[in-house]
Write a protein that binds this ligand. Structure first.
Ligand SMILES: [Zn+2]
Length: 90
């Protein structure tokens, strides 16, 4: 089964990247943190599902763009996030 660039593979859930064009900006992968394996896998699944649900997958740089939006929204929910980490054990 061939998955077209920009589409998500139904079997593995990965998005096939579109080819880089001469006009494409230089890019760098964003790697923001370390997690235990199970939590990393759950986070990756949740981000992929959120990218599909929100339509981020249809945009350029879907994972990075989704992360930008999450940070933007997180900034609007700073107090809730602070409360979460106050309650969680370090
Ligand atoms: Zn696949």
């Amino acid at each position: 089964m061939t998955v077209e660039p920009g589409q998500v593979c139904e079997s593995c859930g990965r998005r096939v990247n579109k080819p880089k064009l001469p006009t494409s900006p230089d890019t760098k992968v964003v790697s923001i943190g370390r997690l235990p394996l199970e939590r990393q896998a759950a986070l990756a699944d949740a981000l992929r599902a959120l990218a599909v649900y929100t339509g981020a997958v249809d945009h350029s740089y879907p994972a990075g763009s989704l992360l930008e939006v999450l940070v933007l929204l997180g900034g609007q929910q700073r107090e809730e996030i602070k409360t979460y980490f106050d309650r969680e054990q370090a």
